[in-house]
Design a binder for this molecule. Sequence first.
Ligand code: SER
Length: 349
Amino acid sequence: FGPSGQSCFRSRIDGMMIPYSFKKQIYLHMNPKILIIGACGQIGTELTHQLRALYGTENVIASDIRKLNTDVVNSGPFEVVNALDFNQIENLVESHQITDVYLMAALLSATAEKNPAFAWDLNMNSLFHVLNLAKAGKIKKIFWPSSIAVFGPTTPKENTPQYTVMEPSTVYGISKQAGERWCEYYHNIFGVDVRSIRYPGLISWTTLPGGGTTDYAVDIYHKAIADKKYECFLAAETKMPMMYMDDAIAATINIMKAPVEQIKIRSSYNLAAMSFTPTEIAAEIKKHIPELEVTYAPDFRQKIADSWPASIDDSRAREDWGWKHEFDLEMMTVDMLKNLSKNNTVSID
Ligand code: SER
């Protein structure tokens, strides 16, 4: 019992006696209260589920520009929010006492080329809104995704280093490169705890990607199961860095959980798992669906793909906060086909 007769426990941090009635509050403060902006997208969907499993459904507020009838909307708190509306985000942050924001809303590389002004507006201003909320002390931590698109045609293509020539040639890449500079600036000047990863192409079966250059590596699985035929919008030998969604989500959660002193790069970390060409992924799928026929009809996305690295050196992420990938092309293919064929009559060996 404490001096006032209340029942107490001794704090493991400073040895002080703390009334039990405070314990719940302290515990609540240890759990982040999370807002995911862009929760219905390819990454957001998986991230929402994983964060809810980890921190409790009520501690993870999903939000997106539309209320779609998805799992994310139906499995816990959901709010409609426009990532370009500062006041809407601020109100949400205040009313839910948000501590951490994951900003997943963005226009990807192919879509951004079709609407450069909007892509720049969305990708940059949504970031400024969140950075400014952290600068004002209203949130504690930000996750903001960058991409291999920050590199360009003059970047060394193989084993692309963390620090190297960066002359992105796409609107998307320019916005991610500028965003990285701003993240680092807000960290250095205002002490904002913003953490970032340069995602490679991401492959998943739950939610389709929207408007990226690496999307062929998702489409090919769907078409292999449905039609046993796929027309690829990139050339056969275009090698790009890729990652299975399970690994991408693990990286995202782990960089956010890492002790602050382990985060030594405040622009964005290179991150890698595997690299392959359309020919190589097709060959892997053919081990399970031998009838698959792939044809090639490269379109405007070929030029974007050609400007990006073929493989990435992610040793800094591995050294600084213990990044480790699990899935290679073979394991990913087995998992993708197993999950996608559950909703299909085709059986996969
Ligand atoms: N997967 C993204 C795209 O293709 C790259 O970050 O646009």
